[in-house]
Design a binder for this molecule. Sequence first.
Ligand code: GLU
Length: 453
Amino acid sequence: MGTIVRFAPSPTGRLHIGNIRTAVLNYLFALKSGGRFLLRLDDTDIERSTEAFAEGIRRDLAWLGFDISWQVRQSDRIARYDLVAERMKAAGLLYPCFESEDELERRRKRQMARGQPPIYDRASLRMSGDERARLEAEGRRPHWRFRLPNTESADQLVPLPTLVSWNDLIRGDQTVDIGSLSDPVLQRADGSYLYTFTSVVDDIELGITHVVRGADHITNTGVQIALFEALDAVPPAFAHHSLLVDGDGQALSKRLGALSIEGLREAGYEPMAVLSHAALVGTSDAIEPHASMETLAAAFDFAKISLAPGRFDASELEGLNARLLHTLEHVAVRDRLTALGVGGGEAFWLAVRGNLVKLADARMWWDIATGEVRPVVEDARLLSVAASLLPNEPWDTATWGAWTNAVKGATGAKGRALFHPLRLALTGRESGPELKTLLPFIGRERALARLSS
Ligand code: GLU
């Protein structure tokens, strides 16, 4: 059976670098194993889910280069969930409960006062048929809980430890004690379903073989494995990666706008720099820029993912972005350079790429080469000799060497005393691309004007 993974964001906000870590680990695993990748929109929370967020998620993933041609929305699958819920109700695996939130809260307080764990006491299971009929006659509608397959003590008040185990592909042997958990509500009184349930139904029906998600879902996994088994399905394999933290060690939250994919895109980062960071942070591999998902996939291995939280560091992303640009071929950026108004073809790209942090910086160098600059005069005498020795065009990369040699011969200046005044006059900047590659783009007319100003 081929590998099938899914990335299952809820469209209740925009994606951030932490979500992308989950997405890219799923994607790389699928790519490496020749499997399929599903984008599942978990939009059962109708109050908080919006089409605009769903569209934003698709746009972010497409920009990053994910193939999202296979998509499913949970809101389109309600009829499937109804069928499975009916089956579970008939089998007594889902049972109706009528307690209000207040009532449950009072009970939890009482349990804690008695030193008992505050878990649901299954009182509804012991309700008589008459009692239930009376509540229904009053118009009360039940919510439905999944009866966890845990063992109860004789007095039914304290569930006994009941371990659910799995071999996590990242964390090794894991156990969750479902005896310490309340029976989870899977369907609300208004008939809507909770994620714990819809996710398992989808994972079964869509043939998901591996669930790769954040470590915040570990307890869910204990409950969901019990649910897979209650539905006579073999649970998929699970891999729980550690969560990302920011520079201060705080968990990344959805509301951190700057770390949203949209924010990173607007800040001018390259998709592959973002993906390289998301895929390699918190692994035993060095965080290096990769130019394609394929090379990242070739390096992918669950065994390399560490248990400690990965640290997202914006300055590291900047460095990664720069290093990626420094190696990109012209074809990879040609259209975007044209859109930025940068000319000069491949030769200009090769001249400036080593000086870029963001692609848009190329426009600055194009303007410096071909637009107006305010020359800085450090050594007026040297500049006037240099102006008089400017060779005739055409110019190429050999022009700089021949010209500066002549200036050196005429003035005796060498090293920094020769090159620094020329750079300041020609570019108005202390540093930048090699002048031998930039000079042909500046051209004789502009060079003369800048040297003579
Ligand atoms: N919608 C869930 C979330 O965003 C999906 C978790 C999962 O992968 O099962 O947390």
